[in-house]
Write a protein that binds this ligand. Structure first.
Ligand code: DX5
Ligand code: ZN
Length: 217
């Protein structure tokens, strides 16, 4: 599978989200990453389904939704969005919520599970056959612009080994920038989320093209 790059729209300037999406399109990225925060699972609030629906209606870029929310409150509002992936946090998934993964797939989306930095990959083992994506967080979820946690590199390798030949994308999110992205790819990630570093970059188009080229090598 070729490498994918999705900017995190949460890291853009909300004054002009349309312009941020146009920048992503011009740069040649593969999708948009939407960080949903509810002030329960993480100590921050971002946006909800309406924002995602409005933006998805104006771009052909595929969407992946990273839900950092209390899953007890349900995810129905997200199931009807025209998005490719919906990713839940395994730490928020109680045993009675496991059916949420089936619900995502029944709604025609791909299902993902995400790990906070302190969560061990073994917790994913029971779910591997229900997943199209695993997201390894390389910062604590909740904020853009944090420092990449190098200590997560062995975990990315471990998840890559765990995936074996299953058709599961390995996404990495948090602190990915021009200095850190190569280590992330070398550790086995094939899907990069880039937030603040993308929107602050002097030439995102050139950077995206470099990452795509390196992915082919
Ligand atoms: C953090 C989010 C990230 C964040 C990435 O909770 O999941 O997607 O926006 O931003 P950077 O790349 O700046 O760490
Ligand atoms: Zn995210």
């Amino acid at each position: 599978m070729s490498h994918r790059i999705a900017p995190s729209i949460f890291a853009a300037d909300f004054w002009d989200l349309g312009n941020a999406i146009r920048l992503c399109e011009k740069a040649g990225v593969d999708g948009i990453h939407y960080d949903v925060m509810d002030n329960h699972f993480v100590p921050n609030i971002s946006f909800g389904p309406k924002t995602i629906a409005d933006l998805c209606a104006r771009t052909r870029l595929p969407a992946d939704v990273h839900l950092m929310i209390d899953l007890q409150r349900g995810i129905d509002d997200y199931l009807s969005l025209p998005v490719e992936y919906i990713t839940l946090h395994v730490e928020s998934l109680s045993p009675q919520d496991v059916s949420l993964l089936d619900k995502i797939r029944q709604a025609g989306k791909k299902a993902g599970l995400s790990l906070k930095p302190g969560t061990s990959p073994e917790v994913l083992l029971p779910y591997l056959d229900k997943l199209e994506l695993i997201l390894v967080m390389t910062v604590e979820p909740g904020f853009s612009g944090q420092k990449f946690q190098e200590a997560m590199l062995p975990k990315i390798r471990q998840v890559r080994d765990m995936i074996q030949n299953r058709p599961i994308r390995l996404q990495v999110d948090g602190g990915v920038n021009r200095e850190t992205y190569r280590q992330v790819l070398e550790a086995g990630a094939d899907f990069l989320v880039i937030g603040s570093a993308f929107f602050a970059d002097r030439d995102p188009e050139a950077w995206v093209s470099t990452i795509h080229q390196e992915g082919k090598a």
